[in-house]
Design a protein around this ligand. Sequence first.
Ligand code: NAI
Length: 549
Amino acid sequence: MTSRGKHGIEVLYDPSLNKSTAFTEAEKQALGLVGLVPDVTETEDLQLQRVMMQLGHKNTDLERYIYLINLLDHNETLFYRTVMSDPARFLPIVYDPTIGEACQKFGHIYRQPRGMYLSITRRGKVEEVLKNWPQKDVRFICVTDGGRILGLGDLGANGAGIPIGKLQLYTACAGVPPQYLLPMYLDAGTNNEHYLHDPLYLGLRRTRPATSELYSFVDEFVEAVQEVFPKCCIHFEDWTGADAVHLLQRYRDKYCVYNDDVQGTAGITLAGMINATKIKGTKLKDEKYLFLGAGSAAIGLANLLCSALVAQGMSLKEAQSRVYMFDINGLLEASRTDLLDFQKPYAHKHAPTRDFVAAIESIKPTTIIGVSTVGGAFNQKVVEAMSKINQRPVILALSNPTEKAECTPEQAYTWSKGKAIYAAGVQFAPVHYNGQTFLPGQANNFYIFPAVGMAIFATQSKRVTDEMFIEAGQAVADQVPPELLKQGLLYPLQSNVLETEIQTAARVAKLVFDSGLSRVTRPDDMVAFIRKHVYKPEYRTEARAGVAA
Ligand code: NAI
């Protein structure tokens, strides 16, 4: 008797089949496992208890991360059962902020291969390499070239931890079954001298190629995916800003692709902006926005925000006129000659300035959005300037990991004397100020991309559109109850993330059907349709494990 062609020790070495100490006597007999595992049959709850106890003995989140990845390598069901048992506790360990440190040390903490590693030296053979992946029906590839990992810059092959973590969130947050997910690192070299000289670095030891060479490699990859995995959606993650925007433009109308830094960030920030206007009693169209940072996250958000404003009846020009940006060289304004094509719509007539506070005083934004990768950039002067011109200044400090946040909630609430409406890209604890408790929300795209992913998975959508991210943002915003809005919370609580994302996925799926992009029959009940696709972290029944097969 075999389990999907596997028998005996092979079953224990397959993390999707391994039940460790939970095999029944019948399974042990049928699969040739007698004597290969302790002679007990534990419940999944008891196994979870052991995991929790062992995690309790770890001293740092990085150690907990390594432990959990090791668990995933051996027992996928128990890993997801653990993470899904308490998302608020485990998301910060398997993803932000721990993932930042895990990536920086990727070559040092490496244990086992996970996903695929495709080097530019394989050009001409990419299709052949993709065929080495054992799973034939891949629905999502999350791919990075390590060009801009979180706010940490070019990490090259160390960035491979990001697609691994992102795809775990598809499952943990929205229930996309893990067997359809493929993390991918495209290795085109790195300009990070530190890693180039690290003997334990796991990537090509060469600097990055010219953009044209990189893009022709990515072209071959994207085309090969269409051949090898025809139902696959490609999720681009953590490329440099210019590459992120250009590659999205290059493929979005031709293939099923999206860029989470551009579109996912935009969706989640839009959700926060919608809820900030609910707290203030205004409308999106009444607001004026100033970004610190004009890279992929800023441009993606500005474009999506403008699309949302246009959908509400504003002209595109008018919508763009509400959005200002400030980058490493100062305010984007019409006389600047160093701007990229996609930044120009946000460069308005204004005197040049490199002083962010002066820009606030002159532009008078109602909302500032930090996507600069510069921790502490929203200093006391910035917050005070915003508080002077706004009853309720909206301050979104989105850069991550934690030390890159443009300001902490404590700073925002203290410096604004409790007036700020604040969210960050990472999770911060509630803040007590002046007798009030403020709940800083986490503007993290894990509320968006797993839900959009689930909608794509269930509907087999042919394309990914901006409208899908606007709908996801609106759906996330709608799920924050008024009593939490009152405490300044812009985003739903993490403890209920799966249910939140099922509701969001159902709304996005409806849009997919309405837009004629689906490849499956439209169901009557969209939420039930999504639920039907949701992965549950439970061991397969004996029949599924092959005992009765
Ligand atoms: P990027 O590299 O494309 O852009 C960074 C921008 O910041 C550039 O325009 C650069 O000129 C500007 N900048 C750098 N130093 C500056 C300074 N001293 N003053 C003013 N501007 C400065 O990066 P991307 O993709 O736009 O991401 C930016 C940050 O946003 C990262 O930390 C990333 O982790 C974070 N992010 C957060 C997300 C969330 O869900 N909270 C999602 C995506 C990104």
